[in-house]
Design a binder for this molecule. Sequence first.
Ligand code: 5HM
Length: 170
Amino acid sequence: MTSIVDETEGAEVRSLFLAGPFLGLLDPETGEMPEQERAPFDLLIKHFESQGVSVHNAHRREAWGAALMQPEECTRLDQEEIRRADVLVALPGSPASPGTHIEVGWASAFGKPIVLLLERDRDYTFLVRGLHTVATVEYVMYADVAEALPAVDRAVRRAVARRRAAGDGG
Ligand code: 5HM
């Protein structure tokens, strides 16, 4: 009898931290993220929450720029939430989001599983491209975030399962 091994067995995900470019996307006139820049975050948040996953996202927390926190407030909060999360899902951004790169660094140092969403035909820094050599990383290459959702789900489950199989879920 053939047994089928489910590579995502044990990949229950209760919480995730969604990171991505923020300050660089604010409209200088309004101080808020324009609708089209919010869209991928909004979509991902709704998608994960519809599956019962608790999502921590600073863009939404800070009302898309309308309630921007001070550096002294958001830094500790973000680090605590990443420490608490089962997985970090990040859009490193191209051009690179400085804050997101710090968050990805924290997550890898904490041993968290990481899913990196990389837009096709864009440039990403060497340490993002090579992060899988030192951390549990799944990459999703996308042209359109909505179309990539099934691939994102698979990547999240795979990253979490791989990390747990390695003996540390964080
Ligand atoms: O450098 P940038 O703004 O692109 O950094 C974005 C990341 O830093 C987000 O993933 C968010 O979690 C965090 N951040 C935050 O929590 C950033 C800013 C502004 O830089 C903020 N709150 N006000």
